[in-house]
Design a protein around this ligand. Structure first.
Ligand SMILES: Nc1ncnc2c1ncn2[C@@H]1O[C@H](COP(=O)(O)OP(=O)(O)OP(=O)(O)O)[C@@H](O)[C@H]1O
Length: 224
């Protein structure tokens, strides 16, 4: 499902030359249907690992294989269809502020040219699942932080991705809202989605024990 083999990553500097390596010699495999925590202090490289898992970046050395596709051999035109099979939840929500809750969730289906009758059914089901029935017409700014975060999860999973990659999905939330978001992620996993969550919270992995990959200074320091 996800395989990192001796991965290194360096972001380009201002002149376009490779800067210092922020990930080094990372190797691990995540099986289909697994749930994995990516842990580590600020700057450890969690977001960089997740960007590779979202096919948003290619490694500077080594290989990242996503859903059977090695990124080193993927052509530029292979990437958008691959990305559509990966649900992403960003730290900073990235909801579209001028669209209603309903239209934010419907957007990925509409972009994939899904018939409007199916869109209606799927969006209604998901808004119900995340507890936003009755708030369909509100714009993101008219929702609480927790509601916005749940909306980003609904948008990420509405296309039923095989892989869900979430970056600090509870960092802005109070404990009750964080538990609710965790429940949505574990429910997706129970239904068969492979889930990867980066966090620096210690509380969440305690609530949902699963494999933990710990990073420090761009290296893997614990896996288990
Ligand atoms: N676009 C970028 N260009 C250059 N360096 C970057 C870029 N993004 C991240 N870095 C650097 O890569 C290293 C790892 O950053 P990353 O965001 O992956 O860590 P993180 O563990 O997710 O941190 P946080 O918990 O603070 O979000 C840091 O040294 C950071 O400064």
């Amino acid at each position: 499902m996800v395989r990192f083999s001796r991965v290194a990553l360096a972001y380009p500097d201002a002149r376009g030359r490779p800067g210092p390596e922020v990930l080094r010699d990372l190797s691990f495999t995540l099986g289909e249907g697994s749930f994995t925590w990516i842990l580590g202090p600020s700057g450890a490289g969690k977001t960089s690992v997740l960007r590779l898992m979202q096919a948003a970046l290619r490694p500077t050395a080594g290989e990242v294989e996503l859903l059977g596709i090695p990124l080193s051999r993927a052509r530029r035109r292979d990437l958008p269809p691959l990305r559509r099979r990966i649900g992403t939840v960003h730290q900073e929500f990235r909801l579209l502020s001028h669209l209603s809750a309903w239209d934010n969730v419907a957007l990925p289906l509409r972009l994939a040219a899904i018939p409007e009758s199916t869109v209606r059914e799927d969006v209604a089901e998901l808004l119900d699942w995340i507890g936003l029935t009755g708030k369909e017409d509100r714009r993101p700014e008219e929702l609480s932080g927790g509601e916005q975060q749940r909306l980003t999860i609904a948008r990420a999973v509405v296309t039923r991705p095989a892989l869900l990659v979430a970056d600090e999905p509870t960092s802005e939330l109070d404990a009750r809202q964080a538990r609710r978001v965790l429940a949505l992620l574990t429910e997706m996993n129970r239904m068969g989605t492979t889930v990867v969550v980066a966090t620096h919270s210690e509380d969440l992995p305690e609530r949902h024990p699963a494999r933990m990959i710990a990073l420090e200074g761009g290296r893997l320091v614990a896996d288990g």
